[in-house]
Design a protein around this ligand. Structure first.
Ligand SMILES: *Cc1c(COP(=O)(O)O)cnc(C)c1O
Ligand code: SF4
Length: 449
């Protein structure tokens, strides 16, 4: 049963390892589930909130409930060896430093920095590396404001999890919008700036405005689109409705639209239940009333949304509420991937089965797409060449733009879960799989900076 409170919670209340035991729901968890929460959250980040707990999780379906799987640590997220080791320390009351050391060892086994995020996509400004900015695809620059590097709740599968446990270096984030602006002035090919995190919507309206308003200058007319990547629409829709500065947020959105730019809210929605509460719908209504569009994107995640009917329902309801289905991603190669990943062929089947159930208004959704080192690789399908089964793939975005949208082939592998496990089918498919050596790439970036 989902307890729908009649009253809107007025204040955001975070639930973490430190205070979870004080909540009424704690006693609804079996001793095994309680143990898993305490043990796994010693290694991987855990944070949820009272809205998710009261309105989105169906406690009669725990532990299988998708929103429980999405926000609560699960035993299977660690291997049996890792789990036993941590359980011994956590339950045995080992000294803090010892637990911390073991946790860090396990974290570094979990591939904390996927797809060359830290090393390969940071651009240069006047010969210096620019912090808090990623520029991988020509038209779109990602900006990581330093105050926006957390979220209203953490997804258990999060690909940015390393920064929440403090092992990713936060030079990734920036306070300096003037450097971003200088960079953008030197790059007329950029049309989109995407504010991301974490979740930029954890910031106060005033802070967010301090980052965005300087971009609205006529000198940056080539910036046509401002995007904000956020999960607040699902985890804390009150951000747009009833927080003390919600109206200020919406006035900022008005201002972006009035500057002649398109404001694209890139809403991270994983499951249709996130659209079920009245406040989630009110948030959508209020955001859209500013002239902004909301696009929906999410990975396919085992235990959470590996279900074509759930996706079809998400897209159908999303479109009905005026949103635009945008990307379906493949779960990334980091963190507890062994628990959340699915064979690529299965992800493609889920995409097809969901796509087949919705009208054309939802069929512009692109996917399933892997954000690999080489680019965004879309799985177009499985077919045969002669007697050989193959995957048909294409780049939707690529480090080498000349490769975009050219179909290419990989040997079919029913178990493969990520691009780096696939093999080129023909010799002519090889260039699509190549990772250029880091030095070459860095030299290239330096030349073009
Ligand atoms: C996905 C992504 C973008 C945005 O790509 P679109 O196809 O324009 O939505 C930009 N930069 C990086 C690094 C990305 O992974
Ligand atoms: S909202 Fe995004 S950044 Fe935040 S925890 Fe979820 S996946 Fe990670």
């Amino acid at each position: 049963m989902i307890v729908q409170s009649t009253e809107i919670p007025r204040r955001y209340q975070a639930v973490t390892r430190e205070n979870i035991k004080k909540l009424a729901v704690w006693s609804r968890l079996s001793p095994e589930l309680q143990e898993a929460v305490m043990v796994v959250s010693a290694v991987l980040p855990f944070r949820t909130n009272t809205y998710v707990i009261d309105e989105l999780i169906d406690w009669d379906r725990v532990p299988d409930d998708p929103m429980y799987q999405l926000t609560f640590p699960q035993r299977g997220m660690l291997t049996a060896r890792q789990y036993d080791r941590m359980a011994g320390l956590v339950l045995g009351g080992a000294p803090r430093e010892e637990t911390q050391r073991a946790a860090n060892e396990i974290r570094f086994q979990l591939s904390p920095h996927p797809a060359g995020q830290l090393t390969h996509n940071r651009p240069y400004l006047d010969g210096e590396r620019l912090d808090g900015v990623q520029h991988k695809y020509r038209e779109t620059v990602l900006f990581f404001p330093s105050q926006g590097q957390t979220c209203h709740a953490y997804c258990t599968f999060c690909f940015r999890w390393a920064q929440f446990v403090g092992i990713s270096d936060l030079r990734f984030a920036s306070r300096e919008v003037d450097k971003l602006i200088r960079y953008l002035k030197q790059h007329p090919e950029v049309s989109d700036v995407l504010f991301t995190g974490g979740d930029p919507m954890v910031m106060k309206a005033r802070t967010l405005a301090a980052y965005i308003e300087p971009l609205l200058t006529p000198e940056l007319e080539h910036i046509r689109n401002i995007r904000i990547g956020t999960k607040a629409v699902a985890y804390w829709p009150h951000r747009f409705v009833s927080d003390p500065d919600s109206d200020e947020v919406l006035r900022l959105f008005d201002k972006i639209v009035a500057s002649g730019r398109h404001l694209a809210v890139m809403g991270h929605y994983n499951h249709p239940v996130e659209l079920s509460s009245p406040i989630a719908r009110e948030a959508i209504r209020r955001i859209r009333a500013t002239g902004a569009n909301i696009r929906m994107q999410s990975p396919v995640v085992r235990h959470v949304n590996d279900d074509a009917d759930a996706w079809a329902e998400l897209w159908r309801t999303g479109v009905q509420l005026g949103m635009i289905p945008y990307y379906m991603f493949v779960e990334r190669d980091t963190g507890a991937r062994h628990y959340f990943e699915l064979p690529l062929v299965r992800v493609w089947e889920i995409y097809r089965e969901a796509y087949n159930q919705v009208s054309g208004l939802a069929r512009n959704v692109r996917g399933p797409s892997m954000s690999a080192f080489q680019g965004k690789v879309r799985i177009l399908g499985v077919t045969e060449i002669g007697a050989d089964p193959v995957f048909i793939l294409e780049f939707l975005q690529a480090r080498q733009p000349e490769l975009v949208r050219i179909p290419f082939f990989a040997r079919y592998d029913p178990e493969a879960t990520w691009f780096d496990q696939l093999q080129p089918y023909r010799e002519s498919d090889r260039p699509f799989f190549e990772e250029r050596p880091k030095q070459v790439l860095d030299a290239l970036v330096e030349l073009t900076a």
